[in-house]
Design a protein around this ligand. Structure first.
Ligand code: SF4
Ligand code: SF4
Ligand code: SF4
Length: 449
C-alpha cells in the first residue's frame, strides 16, 4: 500500500489553498505565453528569446518538450518514492517517461535537425486532431502516413478492446504521463460527484463530435480543392494552386532557421505577384513583410497562412471547414487541452482534459466499455475506507462498486491501478477477461469526497 495518504489534505499545495491557486495561475500564464502568439495575440517572446540566445533549430516547442520531459522525470521520481513498491507503477512510470523522452522529444528533434518532417509517433488521432486531415497526411512520408492511419483506426481500437484503454492512457500518452508523474500530488482533487459525472458525459462526447465534424469537413474540403485544381490555367485553378503553395510555405517558415526568413518572404512575394492577384490580396503582403522585418518567425508564418486562406477561392465547404478547424485548434487544442488541462491540476485534479475533453478517451472508453478490461472486486471484503475513491483521478467512486460487490467496467477508467494499489484489503484487481454472464445494469450512487 502507498504511503502519504494521511498527509494528502494537509499540504497547502494539495488542498486548493491560496498557494495552489498561485501555482495554477503560473501554469496558466506559461501556457498562454506558449500558445497564444501562434494565434496572433502577442509577440512570441519564447521564440524570440531562443533566437537571441542563438538557437536555430531548437524552437519553443522543442524547449517545451524538454521542459515537459524534465517535469515527468522529476515528477516520476517523486511519484515512485510514494508508490514505487508496486511493480505495476514502476513499470508504467518507466514506460511513460521513456516514451516521452524518446518519441515526444528526442525523435522529433533529431528528424528536424535532419530536415525531415517532425514525427510525434506517440500522439494519434483523435487526440492529435489533425493527424488524419488529408493535407497533414500528404506532407508525410508514406510509411508515416500509413502508420498514423492504421494505428489510429485499427491497432489502438483493437488494443482498447482486448487490454482496455490503460495501454495508452497509463503507459504511452504524454498527457496522461504528465498527470501520473508531475501531477501525482493533485490526483485526489477530482470531483466524485454525480454532477461532475453528468457534465463529463456531455463535454467529452461533444468534443468527440467536434473532432469527427472537423475531420469530415477537412476531407470534404480536400476533395473540393482537388476538383478545382483540375481547372489549371483558369483563375480559380491558379488561385487554389497558389493557396496550397502558400500553406506549405507557412509550415516551412515555422520550421526553418530565422536567418532564412527574409529570403523565404522574398520568394513568396515574387510568387504571389506573378500570379497577378487582385489588389486586396496583394496588399496582404505588407503584413507578411512587416512580421519578417521584426524577425518574428511565428508571426510571419501566421501571416503567410492568412494569405493562403485569403488566396483560396471561397467555396462553401472550405469556409466552414477552416472556421471549424480554427475554432477547435484555439478553444479545444490550445485553451482546453493545453492551458486548462495542466493549469487546473492544483484545483481540479490531474485529469481535467482526460476526463472532460479528450476525444481519444471517448473513443477508447466506448470500446473499453464493451471490451475485456475491468476491475474485479473481491466479495464482502471492502471496509469502506474510501482510499480507492480518494485516489481515483478520473472521479470514479470506486468504493461504491466495492461495497456493492460489483466489478467496475467504466468507460472513463484509465487503468492507472491506483485504486487497487491503495486498498488496504486487496479488494480490487485490474483484469482482462471475457464477460462470464450478462452485464446487467448497475445502479451506483456517488459521494463528493
Ligand atoms: S484520456 Fe486522452 S489525453 Fe488523457 S491519457 Fe488518455 S488519450 Fe491521453
Ligand atoms: S478506477 Fe482505479 S484504475 Fe480506474 S482510473 Fe480510477 S483509480 Fe485508476
Ligand atoms: S475497496 Fe479497498 S480502498 Fe476501496 S473502500 Fe473498500 S477497502 Fe477501502
Amino acid at each position: 500500500m502507498q504511503s502519504g495518504l494521511l498527509s494528502t489534505y494537509h499540504s497547502p499545495k494539495k488542498n486548493r489553498s491560496g498557494f495552489a491557486w498561485a501555482v495554477s495561475l503560473v501554469l496558466f500564464a506559461f501556457y498562454f505565453l506558449l500558445y497564444l502568439p501562434d494565434y496572433g495575440y502577442f509577440p512570441d517572446y519564447l521564440n524570440l528569446l531562443l533566437r537571441r540566445a542563438g538557437f536555430v533549430k531548437f524552437d519553443k516547442w522543442n524547449a517545451y518538450g524538454l521542459l515537459y520531459s524534465v517535469a515527468m522525470i522529476v515528477g516520476g521520481w517523486f511519484m515512485l518514492q510514494k508508490h514505487g513498491n508496486s511493480r505495476y507503477h514502476r513499470l508504467r512510470t518507466y514506460c511513460l517517461v521513456a516514451v516521452q523522452v524518446v518519441f515526444a522529444f528526442s525523435l522529433p528533434l533529431v528528424l528536424k535537425v535532419l530536415d525531415q518532417p517532425e514525427l510525434y509517433l506517440s500522439y494519434l488521432w483523435p487526440l492529435s486532431y489533425d493527424k488524419l486531415f488529408p493535407d497533414t497526411l500528404a506532407k508525410l512520408p508514406i510509411y508515416a502516413a500509413v502508420y498514423f492511419v492504421v494505428t489510429s483506426l485499427v491497432v489502438f481500437p483493437l488494443l482498447a478492446f482486448y487490454k482496455g484503454k490503460r495501454f495508452y492512457c497509463s503507459w504511452i500518452c504524454g498527457c496522461g504521463g504528465l498527470a501520473e508523474t508531475f501531477g501525482d500530488p493533485w490526483r485526489h482533487l477530482s470531483s466524485k460527484s454525480d454532477k461532475a459525472w453528468r457534465i463529463e458525459q456531455v463535454t467529452i462526447y461533444s468534443v468527440l463530435a467536434l473532432v469527427l465534424l472537423t475531420t469530415g469537413l477537412m476531407i470534404a474540403d480536400a476533395s473540393s480543392k482537388a476538383a478545382l485544381l483540375g481547372n489549371a490555367g483558369t483563375e480559380v485553378g491558379d488561385r487554389v494552386a497558389l493557396s496550397l503553395s502558400l500553406a506549405n510555405q507557412a509550415e516551412a517558415i515555422r520550421a526553418a532557421p530565422a536567418d532564412t526568413l527574409s529570403a523565404s518572404v522574398g520568394a513568396i512575394e515574387a510568387e504571389v505577384l506573378a500570379a497577378k492577384p487582385p489588389e486586396w490580396l496583394a496588399e496582404k503582403l505588407v503584413g507578411v513583410r512587416a512580421k519578417a522585418t521584426e524577425g518574428d518567425v511565428a508571426g510571419t508564418a501566421a501571416e503567410v497562412k492568412n494569405l493562403a486562406y485569403a488566396a483560396m477561392p471561397v467555396t462553401p465547404i472550405s469556409g466552414i471547414a477552416h472556421s471549424v478547424k480554427g475554432f477547435y485548434a484555439f478553444f479545444i487544442g490550445a485553451l482546453f487541452s493545453g492551458a486548462a488541462g495542466v493549469g487546473l491540476y492544483p484545483l481540479m485534479g490531474t485529469r481535467v482534459w482526460c476526463r472532460f475533453g479528450c476525444p481519444m478517451a471517448a473513443v477508447l472508453g466506448l470500446i473499453q466499455r464493451f471490451g475485456r478490461f475491468r476491475i474485479t472486486v473481491k466479495k464482502d471484503m471492502c471496509i469502506s475506507c474510501g482510499n480507492c475513491s480518494t485516489y481515483c483521478e478520473m472521479g470514479i467512486d470506486v468504493r461504491q462498486y466495492a461495497m456493492g460487490n460489483l466489478d467496475i467496467k467504466r468507460a472513463s477508467c484509465v487503468g492507472c491501478g491506483m485504486c487497487a494499489h491503495v486498498c488496504p484489503r486487496g479488494v480490487l484487481k485490474l483484469e482482462t477477461r471475457k464477460d462470464s454472464g450478462p452485464a446487467g445494469n448497475v445502479q451506483v450512487w456517488t459521494l463528493d469526497l
